[in-house]
Ligand binder design. Structure first.
Ligand code: 6GU
Length: 248
């Protein structure tokens, strides 16, 4: 997958993508991330990227021209055939659709992504209407800009790409993949400060372990995020389990 990120602050992206799983994915050519400075697509002497809002009001608005030109350059360079291969152009904004594991899975299916990092004051509306194909928010709070949101999206998407995680199974079990939170995990020592690892996990009985984990995932979701259970596809045995937990 190739990901092109348009930002006014390229240096912010140095850290997160040069670590662990991500760096390995880059080294193995499973993903390529290109950072583009929107300011490089200005033509005036002062490299102006924003301007006052028509109609007045506080805050500057990002100008459309450099953003359009940066995206057009990326499109030209990636050489996707217009109308054949789809290229999502995603504006990161608190006004976007809410990011989730499901959205991450959807994005992971594309060969290319373009992410535009907005600033909180605003982006010229013509970018939304005539350039972006999608708008994403990572939650109901306001960040200073789309950069951290873009990192969140890229992190969540890249770990879903085939071959990025050590074992293919590990993304399968993630919290949210099944619509449930993840079950409790333990490692050695068997007893730490008097707190013992649950007996079932030491039993070696794989069927029992799987059953326990699944129950714990449901129980934990019920306690912490009950609204997720309404959307999870529970079978009748699982629904019974929820009802019995609710009665406790
Ligand atoms: Cl994508 N951008 C900004 N500026 N704030 C946010 C956000 C994005 N998602 C949640 N808050």
């Amino acid at each position: 997958m190739q990901i092109d990120i348009l930002t006014l602050f390229p240096q912010l992206f140095q850290g997160p993508f040069s670590e662990g799983i991500f760096q390995r994915a880059v080294d193995r050519k499973l993903v390529q991330v290109n950072i583009h400075n929107i300011r490089d697509y200005t033509h005036d002497r002062h490299h102006t990227v924003d301007d006052y809002a028509y109609g007045g009001g506080a805050g500057m608005v990002l100008k459309p021209e450099p953003i359009f030109e940066a995206v057009e350059k990326v499109k030209k360079d990636t050489g996707l055939r217009e109308g054949v291969e789809e290229l999502p152009v995603i504006l990161l904004t608190p006004q976007g659709r809410l990011f989730s594991q499901e959205v991450a899975q959807e994005l992971a299916s594309y060969s290319n992504l373009v992410l535009i990092c907005g600033r909180y004051e605003g982006v010229d509306e013509r970018v939304r209407q005539h350039l972006a194909t999608d708008e994403i928010s990572i939650g109901d709070y306001v960040l200073g800009g789309g950069e951290l949101a873009a990192m969140v999206v890229v992190d969540a998407v890249v770990r879903l790409l085939p071959g990025v995680l050590g074992s293919e199974a590990s993304a399968q079990d993630d919290s949210h993949t099944m619509g449930l939170l993840e079950y409790p995990q333990y490692t050695r020592p068997e007893v730490y400060r008097g707190w013992a690892v649950p007996e079932v996990l030491r039993s070696g009985n794989h069927a029992q372990i799987a059953k326990w984990r699944h129950e714990q995932a449901i129980l934990r979701t019920l306690k912490r995020r009950p609204e997720l259970l309404d959307r999870a596809n529970l079978d009748s045995a699982e629904k019974q389990l929820v009802d019995s937990f609710k009665k406790l």
